[in-house]
Write a protein that binds this ligand. Sequence first.
Ligand code: F3S
Length: 428
Amino acid sequence: MRLTAGEQAMLDGAGGQAVQKAMDLLLRYGEALGAERLVDTNNVCATVGATTPFIRDYAAQHPGGMDAVFSEFSLDSSQVVKIPKVKAYSSHLQQGIDPNHAEQQGVTAELVQIYRKGEAFVGGLGVQLLNTCTPYQVGNVPVKGEHCAWMESSAVIYCNSVLGGRTNAEGRESAGAAMLTGKIPYWGYHLDQHRLGTHLIELEVDVKDTADWGLLGYYVGEMVQERVPVLNGIRHVPNLARLKHFGAAASSSGGVEMYHLIGVTPEAGSREEAFGGRRPLATLKYGAAERALAYERLNSTARERRVDYVMLGCPHYSIEQIWEVCQLLEGQRIHADTSLWIFTPSAIKQIADRNGYTRIITDAGGYLMTDTCSAFGRVIPKGTKVAAVDSAKQAHYLPAIMGVQAWFGTTAECIQAAITGRWSGRLE
Ligand code: F3S
């Protein structure tokens, strides 16, 4: 790769050992990818804290503490180096637990302490502790054309497609190195030609609520895998929550990192613009049969109607979604044998607290949690066998990760399940 004089100086050690290791890592990574150069980035979203049980153990046992964690897991270095403050504007993604609901999540006080130490370390580096998979909901909103280095598939697809930011799905190592250097390999979705549509999806049915957008995303992801779908025929412009659920679903069933909605997303003012004048590799339709197939797949693990656990907030809920839930929940009581956990960024929870939404949820017997989620943190109510979710992504991962059955449906159906303790949803 061609390096600028400044990049070469970092590689030669001008910024200290950690920066040198970060630059070396980016160089090896970029060369493996076939990138010709690096690009400046001042927007990194990554997970670098003590987020998993394995890393928490490592942090607790290693004499180097969190410097050792960053060296090993973000710089690929078994030699412990002192980690300096970050160079690029950086935000932390989701963590492994909600320290304020440790008891409900079955997390010991000792683990909470390790978590808090990790968080203090990361905050001390100058990383914003947004602690969410939806940084774009709480202040990190890239502008069109901004080069970013983001992890977390649901955030990456939102950044590329809805905001017009430019990022590949980075890993803990490359994103950690980008934090320290303000550089990332210039390849993939940073380049115009890779952002163009490949497959045309003609919508033959109306796509309405978030569950519906989840079904559509799930189907599209399965069909196009890692290509760039272009959707035509949208009758109602989707809001943030619907786009969030669509992208999360498409990146789960396939590996979609970028899509276009003609007339809606910023690089798809027209079909011509979305495809860059090229012909689609294939044209697919999404009608009633395709929608039913996606619904069937998402409910394929569910057998028992009894519901132990209702999980909402994947990706982390917006304040609008919390408001909607509260309208369904106010004055109701959750079934004695069922738990309701809703996940949101902690900044949004503060608004929910002030608005009285948290009180409505807790009065009903539920919890509004932050920082993590059931699939990422592997935290579910004890004894859960059957879960209900309104997120295609969570329906995809939760059974595989936690070995539970999962029903997928609308938010209203999930709240109904929380109140009655039974699943009565069906595809309308
Ligand atoms: Fe976020 Fe967890 Fe879903 S981290 S996208 S809520 S799987």
